[in-house]
Design a protein. Structure first.
Ligand SMILES: [Zn+2]
Ligand SMILES: [Zn+2]
Length: 116
């Protein structure tokens, strides 16, 4: 009897897996026209231009300088979305970590360190 129950459970699981797999395949098949339409739209020149602009914006790294702390005297110099180099940030929690910095911040930091 026990054996029968185990076999039944295995069958049920296998059947459930088959149904889920089939449902996923069906769902993907049904979504395919939407993906195709999306790909077609994405290839249109005006849409490409928008995407390229977004990609360019994403490639820009934000400056993660902690201006207030790192160079309080030159807080206004930061070019927030134009990090060009990697600097070191010493934190009690994480130790030394690499952070992207914009050029003015890097200079301001250096000046601040030098003044100290
Ligand atoms: Zn800064
Ligand atoms: Zn900066």
């Amino acid at each position: 009897m026990g054996d029968d129950r185990d076999t039944g459970l295995a069958d049920t699981l296998a059947e459930a897996g088959r149904i889920v797999g089939q449902a996923l395949t069906d769902a993907l098949e049904r979504m395919r026209p939407a993906f195709d339409a999306l790909a077609e739209v994405a290839n249109r020149p005006e849409v490409r231009a928008v995407i390229e602009r977004a990609e360019k914006a994403l490639r820009r790294r934000p400056c993660l300088c902690f201006c207030q702390r790192a160079h309080p005297a030159d807080r206004g110099v930061c070019e927030v979305f134009d990090a060009v180099i990697t600097g070191q940030y010493s934190s009690d929690l994480l130790g030394d970590v690499d952070v992207p910095l914009c050029a003015p911040c890097a200079a301001a930091r250096a000046a601040h360190q030098f003044a100290r």
